[in-house]
Design a protein around this ligand. Sequence first.
Ligand SMILES: Nc1ncnc2c1ncn2[C@@H]1O[C@H](COP(=O)(O)OP(=O)(O)OP(=O)(O)O)[C@@H](O)[C@H]1O
Ligand SMILES: [Mg+2]
Length: 467
Amino acid sequence: MARRTELTRTIRIGSSALRPFREQRLDLFDDFGALGLRARGEAECAFNFFDGQRIYRGPAIIPAERVRLNGECCSTGALFSRIAGAGASSSSGGQVTAVELPTTLARRGAPVRLEGLSKVFADAVAVADLSLEVGAGEFLTLLGPSGSGKSTTLLMIAGFLVPTRGEIFIDGVPVARKPPHERDIGVVFQSYALFPHLTVYENVAFPLRMRNLPASRIVERVDYALDLMRLEGLGLRYPHQLSGGQQQRVALARAIVFEPPLLLMDEPLGALDRKLREAMQLELKRLQRTLALTVIYVTHDQEEALTMSDRIAVMNRGRIEQVASPEELYEHPRTPFVADFLGESNSLCGKVVRAESSRLVVRTSAGMEVVTGEGVELAAGREVRLAIRPEQVGFLGSEERSDNVAEGVVEEVVYLGEAVRYLVRLTPGELLCVKRQNQRGSVNPQVGQPVRLGWSADAVILHTVER
Ligand SMILES: Nc1ncnc2c1ncn2[C@@H]1O[C@H](COP(=O)(O)OP(=O)(O)OP(=O)(O)O)[C@@H](O)[C@H]1O
Ligand SMILES: [Mg+2]
C-alpha cells in the first residue's frame, strides 16, 4: 500500500496589500511520491495549486514530477519537509508554489506564425520576407544589431504597424489587418509608458476597465498581478514614487493582468542597471513559466538572449539569419554573421589546401595552417572563413600537443574579473584572442611573453564563402 504520511498545516495562499492572506487549512499527504493537498472540512475546496503546467483544484494529488519549489522541480519529499518544517503559516515566505490563481486562468500561451512578413518604408526595407513559427508557451528572442528590423517586426505583431506584405497568425487566426485592441496581446516597451496621473493599482486595472470587467473581478485580477510581480503594498503609489525596476514591474503587471496568450517585449530591461536587469530577467522567466505565456522578446544584449530564451532568432538587415536554441546557435552558427554576433570569435579567412583523413587543412591569408573538424568535404582552393571561440584556445606547455598548435607573443592582457582575455600575435602574423577563466593560483602570461597556443580541430567552425 501507499506510504502515506498525513500532516495538517495552514498554508497562506496569495497575499496583497489590499486583501489579506487567505488562510486555508490543508491536509498534506505524501502518497508514493505524489503530494496530496486536501482542504479541511470543506465540501468544495477554495484553493488552486499550480504546478507550472496545469491548475489543480483540491482535493488533488499532484504527480511528483509536477511539484515546484521556488519555481524549480523538487521531490515531493523536499516540498513536504519544507512545509512540515516551516510550521504553521510560515510557508508564506514564498517557498512553496501554492499560488491562488483567478479561476479563469486556465488559458495557455498561443502559437504565433509569421508568413512572408515585409515592411517597406519610403526609403528603406525594414523587414524582408520574414517567416517564423513560435510555439505555444515558447520564449523566443529576436536578437540583432541596431536597425536589423526587430522593433518593426514586433510592432507589426502588436498591430501598431501594418505589414507591406505577409500575414501574422495568432492561435491560427490571421490578424495582420486587425487593430491592436482586437489582438489581445500584452505589450511592454523600453519606455514603461505608465500613466503618471494614475496609481499603480489603477495603472494595472486599466486594461481590465477597458474590457469592462466587473469590479470584483478587477480587484481579484489586479491583486494577483501585483502579487506575481512582487509589488505588494505599492498599489496606492504613483509612478514617480517608484524606482525604475518597480516601474518596469508595474508595466509588466499591466501587460499580463488581462491574461494575454501572447506577450511582446521590446528591450524592456534596457534602462536598468546590471544587477536589477539580471534580477528582472529571472523574474520574467518565472512569470513566463508560471503563466505558460508565449513571449516574443527583443534585445540586442546577447547575454540576455542566451539566458532567457528557448530559441533565438538572429536578425540581420530585416531577415532572419538563423533560428535555434541558444546552445545550437553558439556551438553551430550557420553563418559568419551569427558566429560574430553571438559571443566572441576569432575570424580567419583562408583557402582549403588539402584533406587529411577526413579533416580539412586550411591556409589562412597570413599563411597559418589550421586543421578543421570532421565531416566537411570541400575541394582544394575553396575560400572559407573560420571562427574559433576564444575560450576554446588554450596555452600549452612546451611538450603539450593539440590538433592545432601555434606560437606567438602576448600583445595585450585584459582583466575581465571572472576571466582574462589575451591578444596573442602569432608568428605567421595572425592575431588570436584567448579567453581563460580566472582561477586563483594559475600563472597568467604577461605582455611580451612568448607562448604556445593550442586548439582542437573540432573547435574550428567553418563557413564557405560564396562568390
Ligand atoms: N517609421 C519609419 N520610417 C522609415 N524608416 C524606418 C521607420 N521605422 C524604422 N525604420 C527603419 O527600419 C529599419 C529597422 O528599424 P527597427 O526599428 O526595426 O530596428 P531595430 O532592430 O529595432 O533597431 P534597434 O536595436 O536600434 O532598436 C531601420 O533602418 C530604421 O531606420
Ligand atoms: Mg528597436
